[in-house]
Design a protein around this ligand. Structure first.
Ligand SMILES: Nc1ncnc2c1ncn2[C@@H]1O[C@H](COP(=O)(O)OP(=O)(O)OP(=O)(O)O)[C@@H](O)[C@H]1O
Length: 640
């Protein structure tokens, strides 16, 4: 209490014009808090977390940046592992749209506002790392009693701005501690780390957005030029500046001998206004030449090392023309590997060509086979059989059926086999690699001749089935080992589909949310993942793939209370992921998709939805405005 009174008195003294030992940015912010934001230091307010619906909107609006910043956040989180730092990525309004923290302290972090959805604008929270960084556009540490509001004085928050390629403040990267050592200089390293991470995120953003233009990267030292440049700018073919990182804008101002605070934006200007470089020089600044020789000079005489990256050609991926029907379209949330498989599956669904599905166990092979069957609209049923699960001596009669008296114990009137049971529909042969060798030639006959002879019979029977088989074995290897017939392999493999493992899927979070909704609905409950539980699930490597994930969610849905799944509701495997020291292995797979991937996924979703935006949005698990925004950014227009 005494500390709070003292803090309020100090603010009042600063307001009355007394000189203060505080940093200038802090003093100025305190003045703004009272004069502009009309905040009262004597009336502390709790941390504010925006409602879920608003958070979703904020996240959708920042989705591109979140995706790009993710790997920067993870790298930084690893660098400070074990030191109890929390990382926040806030949008330009101060709302935390991404977050990495130690799940063990979640409750405390939430109360302190170091949490997904917390709003840290200066007008709401007073002087704080994120809010004051937004106002000034400068990196800073707001340490303990630098905070205006006494609610936040235990915290130490260090924040750096992230600018978009037009020089607008797009986000703030913040690294905070619930409790920190007393001296503010203890956070100097944090300030350095967060500034460097923000710079790398800006570089990644510029590279992703401007990949089809010339990009010039700069460094003052040749050693770091190719590995960790300080700044970058993008140029069009005439040498006009299209975008810069913050560092790039400052560097241009310096090179041009102008004060960046008062000079106009370099966007749209010619590069030669700042540097003694023209577009014709760019090819000589590419990697082919030794770094030390790639020296360029500013108009003011300064020297810099430069690395020019040629425009990257568009991938030339053909826009899919056919629409993917719903059962197949529903299988993914835009993962590029899945999108390619879905498109191929949709084409194959319309035929009776046998399909072979490859994929690790539990990756959804049967689920895909069913989706293909559902799209095919064949009159017969979907019959699934696991060749590894039926004893070898029974498999023949199970599959082909038998005539009366075919063998001891045979049904008196004979019995139809599963192949016949699937007549008019689809036969799914799981673990086809375990099909006994002698039966493989009989299966080949079914495929080639569309007829089968039951055990003990002589008369062939006509069948009309679509055969989909699956294997998690490498069938080619089984062929080499003489355990699988080569002719059958080629017959089956002609039309193959591959499912990515869950750990490789870039739409993991989409699938996660979808499965939580689905499984909770099935159990007659509602459930949502807490950020900590989500993080633990993201970090697991999922050896059992979607099956393992489904089981984990089923357990969590059953155990959770109040509709919120917490880490304690997850299977034991999640526990090791609840310390910040654990390497976030899976997160690597979640790194930002390239613009080509993103374009391809969006195109696939739009095509699958027949260019109906609402339907495409539903497929991608985002809202309509997000689809419109992505189309605009990726320059995608509806046909006609
Ligand atoms: N795209 C998906 N959406 C929702 N659930 C899915 C999806 N794919 C698979 N699943 C679920 O994951 C589980 C495993 O799927 P499936 O049985 O199809 O895998 P599999 O690859 O055939 O496994 P195995 O190799 O062991 O035969 C099932 O519970 C299935 O319902």
């Amino acid at each position: 209490m005494a500390g709070e009174r003292e803090h309020i008195r100090e603010i009042e003294q600063v307001l009355s014009g007394r000189t203060s030992a505080r940093d200038d940015v802090v003093v100025k912010s305190w003045l703004r808090c009272v004069d502009t934001h009309r905040l009262d230091p004597a009336r502390p307010t709790e941390a504010y977390i925006v409602p879920d619906t608003q958070l979703r909107e904020h996240r959708e609006q920042s989705e591109r940046l979140i995706a790009i910043a993710r790997s920067g956040l993870e790298t930084l989180f690893k660098q400070v592992a074990g030191q109890n730092y929390v990382l926040l990525l806030a949008n330009a309004k101060g709302v935390t749209v991404d977050f990495l923290g130690d799940p063990l302290f979640m409750d405390q972090l939430r109360t302190a506002g170091l949490y997904l959805g917390s709003e840290w604008s200066e007008s709401r929270t007073g002087t704080c790392g994120v809010g004051s960084c937004i106002v000034t556009g400068e990196a800073m540490t707001i340490h303990q009693t630098d905070h205006f509001d006494t609610t936040h004085t235990p915290l130490s928050c260090t924040a750096a701005p992230i600018f978009d390629t037009n020089g607008e403040l797009a986000a703030v990267l913040d690294i905070s501690l619930l409790r920190s050592p007393q001296p503010k200089i203890s956070q100097n390293l944090a300030l350095h780390l967060v500034t460097a991470s923000a710079r790398r995120i800006e570089l990644a953003n510029l590279m992703a957005q401007m990949h089809s233009e010339w990009v010039l990267r700069f460094s003052r030292s040749p050693e770091f030029l190719d590995v960790d440049p300080e700044a970058a700018i993008a140029l069009d073919a005439s040498g006009r500046i299209l975008g810069t990182t913050r560092g790039g804008a400052l560097l241009l101002a310096q090179a041009g001998g102008v004060d960046w605070r008062h000079s106009p934006s370099p966007i749209g200007q010619s590069i030669s206004r700042y540097l003694d470089v023209s577009v014709d020089d760019l090819p000589s600044l590419t990697r082919g030449r030794p770094t030390e020789e790639r020296l360029v000079f500013g108009r003011s005489g300064s020297a810099l090392f430069a690395h020019a990256i040629e425009p990257q050609p568009a991938t030339g991926r053909r826009a899919p023309v056919e629409a993917v029907p719903k059962p197949i379209g529903d299988l993914s949330g835009g993962d590029p590997a899945m999108a390619a498989t879905q498109l191929r599956a949709a084409k194959l669904a319309r035929t009776t060509i046998p399909i072979l599905i490859h994929g690790e166990t539990g990756s959804g092979k049967e689920y895909l086979a069913r989706a293909i069957h559902d799209c095919a609209q064949r009159p017969g049923p979907f019959v699934a059989i696991n060749c590894a699960a039926i004893p070898e001596h029974l498999i023949e009669s199970e599959l082909f059926g038998h005539v009366a008296g075919a063998f001891t114990g045979a049904a008196a009137k004979g019995r139809k086999g599963l192949i016949e049971a699937a007549n008019g529909g689809t036969l799914f042969l799981d673990e086809i690699g375990d099909m006994p060798y002698p039966l493989q030639s009989r299966l080949l006959r079914v495929i080639a001749e569309r007829e089968l002879v039951p055990v003990g019979g002589i008369e062939p029977r006509q069948v009309d089935i679509k055969i989909i088989s699956a294997s998690h074995h490498d069938l080619r290897k089984l062929v080499e080992e003489g355990r699988f017939r080569e002719d059958l392999f080629y017959r089956l493999n002609a039309a193959s589909l591959t499912l990515p493992a869950l750990r490789e899927r870039t739409d993991f979070e989409w699938l996660l949310d979808r499965l939580v909704d689905q499984r909770a609905h099935l159990a007659g409950r509602t459930a949502k993942l807490s950020p900590a539980a989500r993080l633990a699930l993201i970090r697991h490597r999922w050896p059992g793939n979607i099956r393992e994930l489904v089981n984990a969610i089923d357990l969590a849905v059953t155990l959770c209370e109040g509709g919120m799944i917490e880490p304690a509701d997850l299977p034991d495997f999640a526990l090791p992921y609840l310390t910040p020291l654990a390497a976030p292995a899976r997160l690597v797979a979640l790194r930002a998709p390239s613009p080509e991937d993103e374009r391809a996924a969006l195109l696939d979703a739009l095509a699958a939805a027949g260019w109906n935006i609402s339907e495409a949005a539903r497929r991608l698990g985002v809202d309509r405005t997000t689809v419109h925004r992505r189309m605009k950014r990726l320059r995608l227009d509806a046909p006609n």
